[in-house]
Design a protein around this ligand. Structure first.
Ligand code: SAM
Ligand code: SF4
Length: 440
């Protein structure tokens, strides 16, 4: 690689989960601190960070084609950094296959980007997939400007080792960030404009502070920040839904009535082969407890169809569970063999046509459930946190407490909490009527 002028502008492209969105924002803040500014819309950036996801299908191949697309007509390219979970999983391989890439940096090492950029400017390529003892959170710059709804990573990594999943390998062992750091970051987010904070973690409800207090203690403390109106958390594991956290849904009004609790499948043999360590019944029991604490809670989940060995009858158990729960929204995926995970080499890999058919049936059931949930909300009054302008004149878009996308027309501004009546439900959004002027 030849020496290049120091980059003046950057673009960060984040793929995949909300934690990647959070990491992308933190990398952007880090670059801004170095005096590198966001590239204006439509203009090429001097430095492009591809913040990748490795959770499913052909993620690595997609990165190589994204890198290829960055090449200019004269054969040159901007400075390219590959970050995120593909960077962690592929490391040196990316350097070998993609000479245009100057830096490969894993999710636990991106605070070292400034030094890596300095090296690249001098013509040295670098790979950093360490999981260093000093955490990135200790050295990243403070949060400055955020939207009304902000993410806050409280927990990273995973020790659960579901047999299909790469997260324990790409994000490392489970760690909880210290309580006082999180309170401080939450205050900064609120000062920077956040009215809602979503606490993030691969197993967010496994978060513990130094004295082994659980996530509900953090939620209670955040609820004491006056300007913060809403608190959410995602993604939770069924086995870590403690009584204390469930009670917080009853006792903390700022904790929104929404729970994303992935189950993956409705059949116990499949769940065992996935190493999920819960059964369909124990999952449903948790949901009953959550509903008893907060009867209007909106439930969400993740599903995988076509896990190795899954029979038609076992898949039917997933459909039954969906019917029983009445989800408000869900994510569903075809099983994707991830290199290095135990399931990738299991017998009974399911043919893709079978997976396609199962996914279609599951998604039809989930869409019907989502529509039914939205229709049942019609007539309710609730607050909406206004997040952005809509396509039409005077239209605003925001979220209900149940995380539904809501649109309405009238007097409002981004960041307002407005009182609305939900009047017409579609599968993916709800039309509302403003009933009260904003209380900002
Ligand atoms: N920690 C969370 C949990 O246990 O539910 C979520 C982790 S993962 C980033 C998000 C979702 O991706 C999982 O819940 C699962 O449904 C899906 N997923 C993970 N590995 C997969 C694979 N190999 N094939 C298909 N879907 C997968
Ligand atoms: Fe992956 Fe399972 Fe950990 Fe979730 S709990 S991140 S699915 S290994």
């Amino acid at each position: 690689m030849r020496p290049t002028p120091p980059p003046r502008t950057y673009r960060v492209k984040s793929f995949g989960c909300q934690m990647n969105v959070y990491d992308g924002e933190r990398m952007a803040e880090l670059l801004a601190e170095q005096g590198i500014t966001p590239a204006p819309e439509g203009e090429e950036a001097d430095l492009v960070v591809l913040n990748t996801c490795h959770i499913r299908e052909k993620a690595a191949e997609k990165v190589y084609s994204d890198i290829g697309r960055l090449r200019r007509e004269d054969g040159t390219a901007p400075l390219i950094a590959v970050a995120g979970c593909v960077a962690q999983a592929e490391g040196e391989e990316i350097m070998r296959r993609a000479p245009a890439v100057g830096m490969v940096v894993g999710p636990q090492a991106y605070h070292r980007l400034p030094q890596m950029i300095a090296d690249a400017v001098e013509g040295r390529r670098s790979v950093d997939t360490d999981m260093p003892a000093e955490t990135k959170f200790d050295v990243l710059p403070a949060r400055r400007k955020v939207g009304p709804s902000a993410f806050l990573t409280v927990q990273e990594g995973c020790d659960k080792f579901c047999t299909y999943c790469v997260v324990p390998y790409t994000r490392g062992a489970e760690i909880s960030r210290p309580y006082s750091d999180l309170i401080a970051e939450a205050h900064r987010l609120v000062e920077a404009g956040a009215r809602e904070i979503t606490l993030l973690g691969q197993n967010v409800n496994a978060w513990r502070d130094e004295s082994n207090r659980g996530l509900e203690k953090l939620i209670e403390a955040l609820a004491d920040i006056p300007q913060l109106a809403r608190i959410r958390y995602t993604t939770s594991h069924p086995n870590d839904m403690t009584e204390g956290l469930i009670a917080a849904h009853r006792d903390v009004p700022k904790l929104m009535p929404f729970l994303h609790l992935p189950v993956q499948a409705g059949n116990d043999r499949v769940l065992k082969a996935m190493n999920r360590s819960h059964t369909a019944e124990s999952y449903l029991r948790v949901l009953d407890q959550v509903r008893a604490a907060r009867p209007d809670i909106a439930l969400s989940g993740d599903f995988i169809v076509g896990f190795p060995g899954e029979t038609d009858a076992e898949f039917e158990d997933t459909l039954k569970l969906v019917e029983q729960v009445g989800y408000a929204q869900c994510f569903s995926f075809k099983y994707s063999p991830r290199p290095g995970t135990p399931a990738a080499t299991m017998d009974g890999q399911v043919p893709v046509e079978v997976m396609d058919e199962r996914l279609q049936r599951l998604q039809a059931a989930l869409n019907a459930s989502q529509l039914a949930f939205n229709q049942a909300s019609v007539g309710k009054r609730c607050t909406v946190l206004v997040e952005r302008r809509g396509k039409h004149e005077g239209q605003w878009l925001g979220k209900s407490p149940w995380l539904q996308s809501v649109h309405f027309t009238g007097e409002a501004a981004i960041g307002d909490l407005v009182e609305v009546e939900l009047i017409e439900a579609g599968p993916n959004s709800i039309a509302a009527r403003l009933v009260q002027p904003p209380h900002g």
